[in-house]
Write a protein of this length. Structure first.
Length: 94
């Protein structure tokens, strides 16, 4: 199993934190809310949906971590931050 890590930089100190893909998936699912995966995929991918709801499903069940540009879009939709999606840090929430 491959693990994803994120480098956290605070001033001169930096640390690595392991990303829990299942927790990321739960946060993405929470951001999706009552929208269908197809509607959410259209929002994320600017209407270019061709099996993109499969990507949303993979994100939500923790199989994949979205690419950075997709994480940014999901954060915008959810009015939150990429840090919150990846780490669940409530202090990074807008």
């Amino acid at each position: 199993m491959a693990f994803h890590y994120v480098l956290l930089a605070y001033g001169e100190k930096a640390s690595m934190k392991r990303i829990n893909r299942k927790e990321v998936g739960k946060r993405i699912r929470d951001i999706r809310g009552d929208r269908s995966q197809t509607v959410f995929a259209k929002m994320i991918f600017d209407g270019r949906v061709k099996k993109r709801q499969d990507y949303v499903s993979r994100y939500e069940i923790g199989i994949r971590i979205p690419k950075p540009e997709i994480l940014i879009r999901i954060a915008e939709i959810g009015q939150t931050t990429v840090d919150f999606i990846l780490l669940g840090d409530p202090y990074s929430h807008w």
